[in-house]
Design a binder for this molecule. Structure first.
Ligand code: AMP
Length: 543
């Protein structure tokens, strides 16, 4: 017997329809790429998204077509997501921090005919245009076009919308199958070609429901949310959808993500919740220190994309009274997978122990199954000690990559191998030990580079640290610790090792420490270990 409830496809346009009708008081504040502050609301976002959808439809965009964006977080980028998803097309976010050749490769693989870009990326557009195989229409997301040499003159976003905006009738969002494709985002791919993750309408709504309403993010109309994490990273952590569902205000930072600019928005726009990778927070904390500042409105900071060191969590919570939500996820998971939130009976534990637990990556919200296995696929115990390949399954997790890449990551029971190596404890907390390709195999055992790095940055003199494996004749591999010191700080290798010695197993202690001026990063702000390994390819440990 079938239930007698309505079939209401989970479509992204319903989010903006809802927010426009019931959350007109919420603000959408943007720092534009030109630098000014722009204020609007969900109803205007919806109206203009409809104008853009109408303009795109006139230019031949049909359900399933990809429309690429090369843009910062602004009201226009937000409108374009709702326009593209609402009309049943697929927003394909391009990451401007990649090399132009990679951007062109990803754009070609995605197959978009239209590219919307911020004027500040005009030089990138000029560089990639001759290599783009499918793009026919360029749209500058502004009311004017920055000077650039293209065979065909770009259109301007504002003119496109103005041409449609006076239409009285709403654009008729199509009634689609909720499993239709909706968004396309490529994984950062430190090795091999980037792989496309193709979100569906349903997976985006489910992400907003499941991750968005879980205790870590649970936004409300009282929240003013600053997503520093760019919309071109991992589905923008789904923040644009979660905020609209909850009726929260959004403060979009545009191109300026430095400590001073973020601080200005946090204070002036009375931000209550903000999200970013640890490097952004390192910069903000440094700025607060240097200028002796306080955070007056911020209540929660969500840190993910790379491990949040305990020292960072302690500074936010102890020094500034801001609760940290340490989150783990990946592009393939829409992207939020776990959040580290203290729950009973752990709330009775001493503060230092709670901090250790918060440094773990946390437990999944409903809708994510998780297990760890050995290399043969046998499940390993959930005892907080055993580590294994972390595998996940659920309705918001990719079941394949776009155009069939990377098939080996998916097994016949629907488990996706995250490429992370982790432990799971009896309370359900997952702790990442490493990426499977970064873990150091020493004497048949695994050494977690992330844990050593986190402890190293706990030293007051250390700005950033990375650990890589160096070939070793006896042990296979041994850890080398690479350190960037804070400006004006002094530390030698012995002092660094003394700091680590009491905190890790003896055999985890790095065999050497080297000090460098900077550590290379990927375009998504993660430490680029492949490059670091290349730089230290000839390194030999002193005998
Ligand atoms: P991306 O798809 O670019 O977001 O990268 C996902 C990868 O980032 C994960 O598989 C992890 O290796 C890493 N990652 C994300 N969040 C965390 C975290 N909180 N701690 C450690 N690693 C993380």
């Amino acid at each position: 017997m079938r239930g007698l409830m309505q079939d209401w496809p989970m479509l992204v346009h319903r989010l903006i329809d809802h927010a426009a009708l019931y959350h007109q008081g919420a603000d959408i504040v943007s720092r534009t790429v030109e630098g000014s502050i722009h204020r609007t609301g969900y109803a205007q976002i919806r109206r203009r998204a409809m104008g853009l959808a109408r303009a795109l439809a006139k230019r031949g965009v049909r359900p399933g077509d990809r429309v690429a964006t090369l843009a910062w977080n602004t009201h226009r980028h937000l409108e374009s997501w709702y326009a593209i998803a609402g009309m049943g097309a697929v927003y394909h976010t391009l990451n401007p921090r990649l090399f132009p050749d990679q951007i062109a490769w990803i754009a070609n693989h995605g197959g978009a005919r239209i590219l919307l870009y911020d004027n500040c990326f005009a030089p990138i557009v000029e560089a990639i245009a001759p290599k783009l195989k499918h793009v026919e229409i360029f749209v500058a997301m502004s009311d004017e076009i920055a000077p650039l040499k293209l065979k065909k003159k770009p259109l301007t976003y504002e003119a496109l919308i103005a041409g449609q905006g006076r239409a009285k009738r709403d654009f008729a969002w199509p009634e689609l199958d909720e499993n239709s494709a909706c968004g396309l985002c490529y994984t950062s791919g430190t090795t091999g070609d980037p792989k496309g993750v193709l979100y569906s309408q349903r997976s985006n709504i489910l992400t907003a429901l499941l991750a968005g309403q879980s205790p870590g993010l649970n936004m409300s109309p009282m929240d003013r949310v600053l997503p520093v994490v760019p919309m071109f990273h991992a589905n923008g952590w789904a923040i644009p959808f979660i905020a609209a569902m909850a009726g929260a205000s959004l403060v979009l930072p545009g191109p300026r993500l430095d400590g001073a600019s973020i601080y200005e928005l946090l204070e002036q726009e009375r931000v209550t919740l903000t999200t970013a990778v640890p490097t952004v927070w390192l910069n903000l904390l440094q700025y607060l220190d240097d200028n002796n500042l306080k955070l007056s409105h911020l209540r929660r900071v969500c840190i993910g994309g790379a491990a949040a060191p305990a020292a960072m969590i302690e500074r936010f919570e102890g020094q500034y009274g801001v609760e940290v939500i340490h989150a783990w996820g990946m592009t393939e998971m829409s992207p939020i997978g776990t959040m580290s939130i203290i729950k009973p009976p752990l709330d009775k534990l001493p503060r230092a122990r709670q901090l250790e637990i918060k440094s773990k990556q946390g437990y999944p919200h409903f809708g994510i199954e998780m297990k760890i296995t050995d290399d043969k696929g046998r499940e390993r115990p959930r005892d907080g000690k055993a580590v294994g390949r972390l595998k996940v399954r659920g309705p918001n997790i990719a079941r394949a990559y776009f155009r069939g890449a990377g098939r080996h990551a998916f097994d016949s029971q629907g488990w996706f191998d995250t490429g992370d190596v982790a432990s799971l404890d009896a309370d359900g907390f997952m702790q990442i030990a490493d990426r499977s390709k970064d873990v150091i195999k020493s004497g048949g055992e695994w050494i977690s580079t992330i844990q050593i790095e986190n402890l190293a940055v706990g030293h007051a003199a250390v700005a950033e640290a990375a650990v890589i494996g160096i070939a070793h004749p006896k042990w296979d591999e041994r850890p080398l610790l690479v350190v960037v010191l804070r400006p004006g700080s002094v530390l030698d290798a012995d002092a660094m090792l003394t700091h680590l010695r009491d905190r890790i197993a003896k055999w985890w202690l790095p065999d050497a420490v080297v000090f460098v001026d900077e550590i290379p990063h990927t375009a998504t702000g993660k430490i680029l270990k492949t490059e670091l390994r290349r730089r230290f390819a000839d390194f030999r440990f002193p005998r």
